[in-house]
Design a protein around this ligand. Structure first.
Ligand code: HEC
Length: 172
């Protein structure tokens, strides 16, 4: 025989049932938010990776070498050296045009102008090694300041020397 509940007993079990359902609902909501959130963050990571790849592709240097597949560490190094040589073989004029002309062309603060033999003569008389050293390491002369490497510290010593050769050859 089923037990017949009194009104108050029914009220209590009904109340418990409601509380249980509310708790269950909250748990489901939390679960949904959690799953949704993790999917969302996975998508966001993927979107970010994609963006990075696209940015990397679009900002590649124009002159990059297409060296194909790199098979071993050895050939990777060989490629690296080739690239370095290619970069280092910037001509003296190219270096001058990118890093030196801004001061030397107009003779800014006394920078000796290219082809100005009178100005260059006493400098060349000091010896080309001195000119190399002053161009690479910087130099405070009588008329102004020659910053180390013309302020472009990314240049190699060889590139700066090539630019000096270019300047010296113009007046010899
Ligand atoms: C910010 C301006 C500036 C830039 C950029 C610059 N120079 Fe100069 N340079 C000078 C000035 C000024 C002098 C003259 C200093 C003096 O004699 O008082 C000078 C002098 C020199 C001299 C003569 C040094 C000597 O011993 O008489 C050489 C060589 C030289 N520069 C090479 C270069 C080269 C190569 C570059 C580029 C890599 C370069 N300069 C970029 C300002 C500049």
């Amino acid at each position: 025989m089923a037990k017949i509940m009194s009104d108050s007993e029914f009220g209590r079990s009904f109340f418990k049932m409601i509380v249980l359902l509310i708790v269950l609902t909250l748990l489901l909501i939390l679960l949904g938010v959690w799953i949704g959130g993790s999917i969302d963050s996975k998508l966001r990571v993927q979107a970010e990776e994609y963006t990075q790849t696209v940015i990397a592709q679009r900002t590649q240097p124009v002159g990059s070498l297409n060296v194909g597949e790199i098979e071993s560490a050895e050939s990777a190094q060989a490629v690296e050296e080739t690239v370095q040589v290619a970069q280092a073989s910037k001509s003296g004029q190219e270096v001058y045009d990118t890093a030196c002309y801004i001061c030397h062309n107009p003779g800014l603060t006394g920078a000796p102008k290219p082809g100005d033999a009178e100005n260059w003569k006493p400098r060349i008389d000091k010896g080309v090694e001195t000119l190399y050293a002053n161009a690479v390491g910087g130099f405070q002369g009588q008329v102004g300041i020659m910053p180390p490497k013309g302020g472009n510290l990314l240049l190699s010593d060889e590139e700066v020397k090539a630019a000096v050769d270019y300047l010296v050859n113009l007046v010899q």
